[in-house]
Design a protein around this ligand. Structure first.
Ligand SMILES: Cc1cc2nc3c(=O)[nH]c(=O)nc-3n(C[C@H](O)[C@H](O)[C@H](O)COP(=O)(O)OP(=O)(O)OC[C@H]3O[C@@H](n4cnc5c(N)ncnc54)[C@H](O)[C@@H]3O)c2cc1C
Length: 512
């Protein structure tokens, strides 16, 4: 079946949705819900998956975009979680999304604030992390091992570091997504290619074990979706659909810096947080040249907002930590944008930073299975566990999960023809820019073919995104409005000035 999502397919499938009884209804299309839709559809089950807003509307687009090897969990003695992370990272790098996940180098600068003993402890941790990589059978050519490097080499990889008192740096590697929202889009499209109905702008108003009352947010009309089993994958909003669940979200803020703000930064940075022995701020160079700086971990009390805001105290805190290692300190005016996300943590005692990042499955009295917690890296495992649970509950008679080796849309060889018409039309269109390959994988040629058809579509917008990519997102990636285009299919919207500049192009793409 076709993997393309668009307004026409949504209308068609929405019209059918009320008449069917599906095996699995998935509520929420973040990484977890889109993963669950794919897991169920690839076992041959009939699936409808809905989101109140858009693909990747929630926490899944506010992450640090890291595919973790689990080192942090190892440091806390959570060996099983750490191993699970390393295994899932290996699957993404090798089988499921090698186009979207890359190895990212990080430097921990050895400044006077880092003692010799602290450096030795961190290096031991990195070596244990490399052991996890080996245990997960991820080859070193995909993720090199850690090393101590000289001050000169550190400055060649990260020119903005202050040379004063720099003794060198600890170099380590981990996985990084080109863009977290693109992972969710790829999951949803791959699920759609296996027959799942992916319906955005459909809000579950009430859930029961045999379906949901749903409102089409575009028309306001309400209808029922009937299902043999129901998965609640609404993350930080899960308690709104199951009052027995108690969430205790924690806020993580990132700064967004424009490409010219830290010139010569070719590696990420782990910057020790003053006064904390095992917490680091992250400096994360992005493929589009922007740099994210994160991340806070603060309890977020009160009602859960649709889009969390980054408070000024978080911005000041992150700038302060970053400036502790820079040659030329940055000021508030250098911060081009900010974003904040809420971690979907289950309520338990202790500080949120110490709560387990393991995921949980909770079955309500009416039989709704809520899957919550975890992290982006382990979405596949969470999805597998949730679908195993509903298969057993609903006696659905499906086999085990098939997703560990199931390539996501775009994971094939670059010139492989896909199911979409532009892919079949690909002829020789010249060398593909790395940027397109990293975002579209095997579909890069098809995106490029759009530009060959209409050279006006090759015009670049902020962050280098072309108009062709916006048109592609409307035709194949389920983008329904300018917000979908600028805030989720691309991340132009993270910088308000860039968003304003690209708005006319987004409107034009919707009408193209
Ligand atoms: C700041 C931050 C940084 C992070 N960094 C990383 C990282 O680098 N690596 C990593 O592995 N993990 C990271 N995580 C964790 C990871 O991002 C989350 O665990 C993960 O994205 C949660 O995904 P989800 O699908 O469960 O929830 P979400 O992505 O929040 O999806 C829930 C969806 O449910 C929808 N929804 C809500 N209510 C309804 C309703 N009534 N009807 C229909 N739909 C509804 C929402 O619109 C939303 O799209 C980070 C988290 C935060 C907060």
């Amino acid at each position: 079946m076709n993997s393309s999502l668009n307004a026409a397919r949504r209308s068609r499938e929405l019209a059918e949705a009320g008449d069917l009884v599906v095996d699995v209804l998935v509520v929420g299309l973040g990484a977890t819900g889109a993963g669950a839709a794919l897991d169920a559809a690839s076992r041959g089950l009939s699936v409808t998956a809905i989101d109140a807003h858009d693909l990747a509307f929630g926490t899944s687009r506010w992450s640090s975009k890291m595919i973790h090897g689990g080192l942090r969990y190892l440091a806390r003695g959570q060996v099983r979680v750490a191993h699970e992370s390393a295994v899932e990272r290996g699957l993404l790098l090798r089988h499921t999304a090698p186009h979207l996940v890359r190895a990212q180098p990080y430097l921990l600068p050895l400044t006077p604030a880092v003692s010799g003993g602290q450096a030795a402890t961190v290096m031991t941790g990195y070596r244990l992390g490399d052991g996890l990589r080996m245990a997960a059978r991820t080859p070193r050519r995909l993720l090199p091992g850690p090393a101590r490097i000289s001050a000169g080499r550190a400055l060649s990889l990260a020119a903005p570091l202050s040379p004063n008192g720099l003794r060198g740096a600890l170099l380590s590697w981990d996985g990084r997504l080109v863009d977290d929202a693109r992972l969710v889009v790829a999951l949803a499209r791959t699920a759609a290619s296996r027959g799942a109905r992916i319906l955005t702008r459909c809000r579950a108003l009430e859930l029961a074990g045999d379906g949901a009352r749903v409102r089409d947010e575009l028309t306001g009309s309400t209808f029922a979706i009937r299902a043999r089993t129901v998965v609640n994958a609404t993350g930080v909003w899960a308690a709104q659909l199951d009052p027995d669940i108690r969430m205790r979200p924690s806020r993580g803020t990132h700064l967004v810096l424009c490409p010219e703000t830290l010139p010569g930064l070719r590696a990420g940075l782990h910057v020790p947080i003053p006064g904390e022995s095992n917490r680091f701020a992250l400096v994360l160079p992005q493929p589009d040249g922007r740099v994210y700086v994160g991340l806070t971990d603060e309890p977020a009390e009160g009602p859960v907002p649709d889009v969390p805001q980054a408070p000024e105290e978080d911005v000041a805190f992150l700038l302060g930590v970053l400036n502790s290692v820079l040659g030329v300190p940055l000021g508030r005016q250098d911060v081009a944008g900010t974003y904040a996300g809420l971690r979907p943590l289950l309520a338990a005692g202790g500080r949120t930073a110490d709560l387990s990042r393991e995921h949980a499955l909770l079955t309500s009295g009416s039989g709704v299975v809520t899957v919550v917690g975890g992290k982006l890296t382990t979405y596949r495992r969470m999805a597998e566990d949730a679908v195993d649970r509903v298969v057993a509950l609903g006696r659905l008679g499906a086999g085990g999960s098939r997703t560990a080796r199931l390539p996501l849309v775009g994971a094939g060889a670059v010139r492989e023809a896909g199911a979409v018409p532009e892919a079949r039309a690909v002829r020789e269109v010249g060398a593909l820019p790395d940027r397109l390959r990293a975002r579209y994988g095997s579909e890069a040629g098809a995106v490029r073919a759009l530009m060959a058809e209409d050279p006006a579509l090759a015009e670049p917008l902020p962050t280098g995104i072309t108009r062709a990519e916006l048109v592609w997102a409307v035709r194949h990636e389920g983008a329904l409005d300018v917000d979908d285009l600028l805030d989720r299919r691309t991340r132009i919207g993270l910088v308000p000035e860039d968003r304003a500049a690209a708005l006319p192009a987004a409107r034009a793409a919707l009408a193209y």
